[in-house]
Design a protein around this ligand. Structure first.
Ligand SMILES: C[S@@+](CC[C@H](N)C(=O)[O-])C[C@H]1O[C@@H](n2cnc3c(N)ncnc32)[C@H](O)[C@@H]1O
Length: 243
């Protein structure tokens, strides 16, 4: 793996979790409960939380009675997820571009803009290909991504966010293909600078990627309350695709 891939470093730091500490278990619980109810996912189904972070959605999926695997590239996040439990959840350090050996799932979740981080577009196809391989026939894929149109149209160029003992100076820009977020801060007299870079992917980009791997979009939602997707106004682009 290329050492310079930004997402390998940033998501593995304690600062990432400090900055985004407001993404909590309650938010995940309401969204996932509504979604599983709507999709009528059968109790006991095998589900994968792909790019699970510290496991906030995995824990809700477990409470709802599914057999849960949580996978993430960040070793530190997986360590914390395992510590928090419960022990029935199977957590694994894993790169989403690869297939998890000998594993198949009824539903695969990829949540909270955990896609589009790669240097090249071909890696997006590798992720969808791996997902399609791991999905059972008639299985479902849920992708929860930012609504890139709204983010670009309302780009907050500069802001300062205070979290814990740190002031994070954040600036955002769009280069026609990616949304960049520069995050600068000082801790204990050391200066830090990280850059998040996410591809600005729209609904038709996902349609093409999914179609190429035999997955068809059956629903889209525009927020965690499952209201319809509208490109101008929706906060999220939540895609449900079927194999
Ligand atoms: C925005 S966070 C979302 C985490 C989690 N889904 C949540 O909502 O709390 C993105 C996650 O993607 C993970 N990630 C980034 N690149 C990955 C890759 N190639 N394979 C697996 N996980 C990856 C990061 O480590 C991070 O935990």
């Amino acid at each position: 793996m290329n050492k310079t891939e930004w997402f390998k470093d940033w998501f593995d730091t304690e600062y990432y979790h400090l900055l985004y500490a407001n993404r909590n278990d309650e938010e995940a619980e309401v969204f996932i409960s509504n979604l599983c109810d709507h999709l009528k996912i059968k109790s006991g189904s095998d589900v994968l939380d792909l790019a699970c972070g510290k496991g906030r959605h995995s824990r809700t999926l477990n409470k709802l009675g599914f057999k849960v695997t949580g996978a993430d590239l960040s070793g530190n996040s997986i360590k914390e997820a395992i510590l928090e439990g419960p022990s029935e959840i199977h957590y694994v350090v894993h790169d989403m571009r690869e297939v998890i050996p000998q594993a198949t799932f009824d539903v695969i979740f990829n949540l909270f803009t955990s896609f589009g981080y790669f240097d090249g577009l071909s890696d997006n196809a590798r992720v969808i290909q791996s997902i399609s391989t791991m999905l059972e026939k008639d299985g479902l894929l849920v992708i929860d991504f930012m609504n890139a149109r709204k983010v670009i149209d309302h780009l907050v160029k500069e802001e300062v966010k205070n979290a814990g003992h740190i002031d994070f100076n954040i600036s955002r820009r769009y280069d026609g293909k990616h949304i960049f977020k520069d995050i600068k801060f000082n801790d204990d007299d050391c200066e830090y600078h990280y850059t998040e870079r996410v591809q600005a992917l729209f609904k038709n980009d996902f349609e093409q990627l999914l179609d190429a791997e035999g997955l068809t979009i059956i629903h889209t939602f525009g927020n965690f309350d499952l209201e319809p997707f509208n490109e101008e106004n929706s906060d999220r682009l939540i895609i449900i695709a079927k194999k």
